[in-house]
Design a protein around this ligand. Structure first.
Ligand SMILES: C[S@@+](CC[C@H](N)C(=O)[O-])C[C@H]1O[C@@H](n2cnc3c(N)ncnc32)[C@H](O)[C@@H]1O
Length: 264
């Protein structure tokens, strides 16, 4: 085990353990919902999707099985190498971009962009606007932009002091994960996110840790920003990846909310 004084290696430099830690998701259901949003709300045919902050590209295989072309964008070369290998060994013709989501450019636009699991890495309003401009430039007209858990509808629940802990196992790997989000610099709506993963892989033990700073995005300010920029129209928001649960006055526990915008 790493001593408390030694800096812990980053979770993002160990894509396989990161992937196991976050494999609690029902990816097939999430891809069903992506397809439902395409059928119900896209203003164009959708054949290509781009995931921002794609990490180990956990939706890639299922999207590809359903005939959708996958592109992933990330700033971490280790994550992209891992995803490239995964695509190659599954015979998936995917494209990967080593760029930051706050300032990126594609040579060919896509029909759908998504961010999974709260990975909206912006630290200021300027970065949020820049990201929206980059997504708009990367999306064909009528294309959709889906944000999973990126809007802080219920800050008291997101920022609870104890965070969330869970355990996962796969083959010889057992791990426990802990994520805490702690607000600071309230006028700038910033919060620190710390992810710790303790891994036992056969005879090897490893403690991984990652820190990031993000700007919280609240629902009504997102609507104002989107309407002011004139690049997207707001389509809707729903609880827990379920299009039968639009968020409203009677939604009491908000978990994994998704927000959908359409390129005008
Ligand atoms: C927690 S992982 C999540 C991966 C993926 N969103 C998922 O749902 O499994 C976060 C990923 O975001 C990437 N990331 C962080 N900041 C980024 C940025 N500014 N632009 C693109 N990717 C970024 C990290 O390198 C990491 O691979």
């Amino acid at each position: 085990m790493t001593s408390p004084l030694t800096p812990r290696p980053s979770c993002y430099d160990h894509p396989r353990y990161y992937e196991i830690a976050f494999s609690f998701r029902d990816l097939s259901h999430e891809v069903d919902v992506i397809q439902q949003t395409i059928e119900s709300f896209a203003g164009r045919e959708v054949s290509s999707l781009l995931q921002l902050g794609c990490g180990p590209c956990q939706h890639m295989a299922e999207l590809s099985r359903r005939g959708l072309r996958f592109e992933g964008l990330d700033i971490n070369p280790a994550m992209l190498d891992y995803s490239r290998d995964k695509a190659a060994s599954a015979g998936i013709a995917a494209t990967f971009h080593l760029q930051s989501m706050v300032d990126f450019r594609l040579t060919q636009p896509v029909d759908y962009v998504f961010i999974a699991l709260g990975d909206l890495y912006v630290q200021s309003t300027d970065e949020l606007k820049s990201l929206l401009r980059c997504v708009a430039a990367a999306l064909r007209q009528g294309g959709l932009f889906l944000l999973d858990w990126c809007v802080q509808f219920e800050p008291a629940r997101m920022f609870k002091a104890e965070g969330d802990r869970w355990e996962m196992a796969q083959g010889d790997v057992r791990l426990s994960a802990h994520v805490v989000m702690q607000p600071f610099d309230h006028p700038h709506q910033l919060f620190r996110e710390q992810l710790d993963i303790d891994v036992v892989d056969g005879q090897t033990q490893l403690s991984l840790s990652s820190h990031s700073v993000k700007r919280a995005v609240y629902p009504q300010e997102l609507l104002e920003l989107v309407s002011g920029m004139g690049l997207f129209e707001f389509v809707g928001w729903w609880n827990d990846w379920n299009l039968d649960q639009p968020l409203g006055a009677t939604t009491d526990a908000i978990y994994r909310p998704i927000t959908l915008l359409r390129r005008v």
